[in-house]
Design a protein around this ligand. Structure first.
Ligand code: EPZ
Length: 417
């Protein structure tokens, strides 16, 4: 599939944001901590979510999914994850915590890298080892045997989102008390903790320190996933980049503080209610620099979208990504549209750019969204290939954009002659 984008003067109207991919994935992994029924609502219909369903089914769970409602039942039978699924989904590493806490053994393929750069899991493994996990590596797989996980005092070298989720999942069902210091405090982790507490887990947080008292048994729960703050930020930046006035509903502005303050600094009018953000984009916007970092700093997942927005700014701005310093593979594709950008020493410098349509290729999930939005800003027609990346993390992206008046459609790629 490819996206066909044509110059769009402005975006108007409102759009409703789906449930959060990055909250749904750890919540689905938490369903492994019990054999009781779990009902998860506001579950986004995404490729990554369907891969997580497949992983749960491989481990013995029954997963029903309809109208954004998932129902997970059945017994966790084993923890041997097929490499093909693990390679497709980095977040599959999140099943390690629950599997080891409950089954005391498991085998997981070593994770691969991706467009964002190397994706190590050393922080996850150090935390699990501190809790008593031990593994050997055989033919690219980590083999854990007879691991009785016990509470431990863990201090992360970096506030890794995934490692925080993995250790919370392990600690919730391990015996004893676990303290995790220098942990991540992203809103998606707060959502995971709400779900775990609904299951009966004992978790408290002070600043970046979590304290977990493990429980021998956790029950099922009925839970609704939070709205996707990165999708909300994507549509807020789409309106700021293309121009116009749009309202993003089911968006929690308190999760988007860094983005909204940077947009206000750029001269974009932002008004907010408890569950919505309204964007009024002026004729000219000012260049504003960003540096990404752990929450509540500017989120790395929105830096490609910020780069596209700054192409409209009158002057030079720059981006540094302190989470994924190599997350600039999209720059060469935007240059094919005429972007005036220079990447040097992991700093991206952006100048006002006049864009004209051509064929470009997406390299990762957020870059795919950024390229489509750039295609709406470019003269003529832009065709964005490799859309598979987009379907991993955006539900009904084209329907939502068209509802705002975007001139965009999807086409099947005609078989090469
Ligand atoms: C989560 O990935 C998100 N994915 C990512 O969103 C997001 O970009 C990232 O957090 C940062 O916010 C999900 O939640 C499913 P990290 P994760 O562990 O958990 C290094 C998207 O577009 N690190 O916080 O993998 C790592 O290399 C995706 O939805 C280690 O060195 O992020 C990176 O530089 C993309 N050792 C930094 O920490 C480790 O053991 C952040 O990684 C783990 C991480």
């Amino acid at each position: 599939m490819l996206a066909v984008c044509r110059r769009t003067e402005k975006l108007v109207g409102s759009v409703d944001i789906s449930g959060s991919k990055n909250a749904a994935l750890p919540v689905l992994s938490a369903c492994l901590l019990t054999d009781d029924k779990c009902v998860i609502r506001n579950m986004p219909d995404l490729e990554d979510v369907r891969i997580m369903f497949a992983l749960l089914r491989k481990m013995g769970k029954t997963v029903k999914f309809e109208n954004n409602r998932a129902e997970v039942t059945g017994q966790l039978r084993h923890g041997a994850l097929p490499e093909k699924l693990v390679r497709k989904l980095r977040a599959s590493v999140l099943v390690m915590g629950p599997v080891l806490a409950r089954l005391k053994e498991g085998s997981f393929a070593l994770p691969g890298g991706c467009a964002l750069g190397e994706r190590p899991i050393d922080i996850h493994l150090l935390g699990l080892k501190a809790m008593g996990a031990a593994y050997s590596i055989l033919r690219g797989r980590m083999i854990f045997k007879r691991n009785v996980l016990k509470g431990a005092h863990i201090k992360f070298s970096f506030p890794s989102v995934g490692a925080t989720e993995n250790l919370l999942l392990a600690a919730a069902a391990a015996s004893g008390r676990t303290v995790i210091e220098n942990a991540s405090v992203e809103p998606e982790i707060a959502d995971l903790c709400l779900f775990l507490k609904a299951m009966g887990a004992d978790i408290t947080r002070t600043g970046s320190v979590y304290t977990v008292k493990g429980k021998a048994r956790l029950g099922g729960a009925d839970f609704a996933v939070m709205p996707d703050r990165i999708e909300a930020g994507t549509f807020i930046l789409a309106a700021a980049s293309v121009g116009g006035s749009a309202r993003v509903d089911s968006a929690n502005p308190s999760h988007l503080g860094a983005l909204l303050s940077k947009l206000r600094a750029a001269g974009v009018k932002i008004s907010q209610k408890e569950n919505s953000v309204t964007v009024n984009s002026p004729k000219k916007i000012k260049p504003v620099n960003i540096v990404t970092g752990p929450y509540p700093a500017f989120p790395t997942d929105l830096q490609p979208l910020w780069a596209v927005c700054m192409m409209r700014a009158s002057g030079r701005s720059q981006i540094r990504d302190k989470i994924f310093p190599a997350r600039f593979m999209y720059v060469d594709e935007l240059k094919r549209l005429g972007a005036s950008m220079v990447l040097k020493n992991a700093v991206l410098r952006i100048n006002t750019s006049r864009l004209s349509g051509t064929n470009i290729y997406a390299c990762d999930l957020r870059a795919a969204a950024a390229m489509i939005i750039a295609g709406l800003m470019a003269e003529g027609e832009t065709r964005v290939y490799e859309l598979k990346h987009l379907f991993r993390g955006y539900e009904n992206f084209f329907g939502k954009l068209r509802k705002l008046g975007a001139n965009v459609s999807m086409e099947r790629i005609r078989e090469e002659k």
